[in-house]
Write a protein that binds this ligand. Structure first.
Ligand SMILES: *Cc1c(COP(=O)(O)O)cnc(C)c1O
Length: 381
């Protein structure tokens, strides 16, 4: 009897750190402070220090983190925000929640992150065709734990006068030329959704920045626009980080570097075992130190068939993401794309498959996944 291999398993992280996590939760419950307070501040300080940024502002989830960052920067109605269509729908939802217009650009085929050329092209095209809306911001998404080509994106942003807000929801700890992602833009948004590299046991998120004034604005916006209690100096929202989650994140943060190292080791095991099996495997760009939030392979044909084959053998997989945002029912009538459409985004969405990946995954399980993939390839040949 072999056990099933899930695609992700946040419960395994809890089980591994059970006593420490229960101790942290009990401390919050016994402490009697159930909204904000020292647990939230401690986590914010620890995360900022780990990241090497001056400030971190905890909030309810990663979508809110993006929305709050945009709003704090004054990005709203009449402003355009450029990002990719090959991302979690949350990235685009946050832009619309801020009241701005999302414009979606294509990706680089080698690492599935924003193409700086496609960005530059889309901004120029947008200025010509939509003069009433001002290009204002860009959100590069460090997808799957792989950093975007930040030098190229930062130089387009500088040339076009765009502020940069990084979406680091899948990339806690990834580095670009040795520098941590989340330290390039004026602000960076993180999600601590349970399966993320730094995962809470519920919803949580944060914005990091080096800009003190922006940090103060974010603190106000996450709580009704209060700078002083009961006096709203801006129209804010309620998106506080829960202190129970903050305490849990404090435990998880201590293991983050180790967890990322485990993910890298598992990714290396996959890449070694799957070399020559016919799938396109993840490529790390020369500038990249990825953290493998996901291990995403590409099947030129028969992706869904491969997934079914693995499912029959008790192996969970997923697709991130099956339908690019600009083609989704809620968005397809009105979302703007660059002048040439998004051919790479649309092509790879049909081919990608995410294999099981989480720090507690056993190497023996990776070997089982790989031999099942090999069987599938052999059967099809
Ligand atoms: C998870 C995720 C988000 C949103 O985070 P939530 O905490 O679920 O709101 C945003 N962007 C990307 C790329 C994500 O993976």
């Amino acid at each position: 009897m072999t056990t099933d291999i899930p695609f992700a398993n946040p419960h395994a992280a809890f089980a591994e750190r059970r006593l420490e996590i229960l101790e942290a939760v009990t401390r919050v419950l016994d402490g009697g402070q159930y909204i904000l307070g020292p647990e939230v501040t401690n986590f914010e300080n620890d995360f900022a220090a780990w990241l090497g940024r001056a400030r971190c502002i905890g909030c309810g989830n990663g979508t809110d983190a993006l929305e709050l960052a945009l709003r704090a920067l004054g990005v709203g109605p009449g402003k355009a925000v450029f990002t990719v269509s090959h991302t979690a729908v949350a990235t685009v939802a946050a832009i619309e929640r801020a009241g701005a217009v999302p414009v979606l650009v294509d990706i680089d085929e080698a690492n599935y992150t924003m193409s700086a050329d496609s960005l530059a092209e889309a901004v120029r095209h947008f200025r010509r065709t939509c003069p009433t809306v001002t290009p204002t911001a860009v959100i590069p998404v460090h997808l799957y734990g792989h950093p975007c080509h930040m030098d190229a994106i930062m130089s387009v942003a500088a040339a076009e006068g765009l502020v940069v807000v990084e979406d680091c929801a899948q990339a806690h700890g990834a580095r670009y030329n040795g520098k941590m992602v989340g330290s390039f833009g004026v602000a960076a948004a993180f999600s601590m959704y349970p399966t993320k590299n730094l995962g809470a046991l519920g919803d949580a998120g944060a914005v990091a920045t080096n800009d003190q004034a922006l940090a103060e604005e974010l603190l106000a916006l996450r709580q009704y626009g209060w700078k002083e209690r009961y006096i709203s100096s801006a129209s804010g929202i309620n998106s506080r980080l829960d202190p129970v989650q903050a305490a849990i994140l404090g435990v998880q943060l201590r293991y983050l570097d180790e967890d990322n190292a485990r993910r890298r080791k598992l990714a290396a095991a996959y890449s070694h075992a799957l070399a020559g099996c016919g799938l396109a495997l993840p490529l790390s760009a020369p500038w990249a130190e990825p953290v493998f939030h996901l291990y995403v392979a590409r099947c030129r044909e028969g992706r869904d068939n491969l997934r079914a084959f693995l499912r029959e053998r008790g192996i969970g997989t997923a697709v991130h993401y099956p339908l690019p945002v600009h083609l989704q029912p809620a968005y397809r009538q009105r979302i703007l794309t660059g002048p040439d459409g998004l051919p790479i985004t649309e092509r790879i969405a049909l081919q990608i498959v995410s294999l099981p990946m989480f720090p507690q995954l056993e190497e023996e399980a990776v070997a089982r996944v790989c031999s099942a993939v090999e069987q599938w390839t052999a059967a099809g040949a």
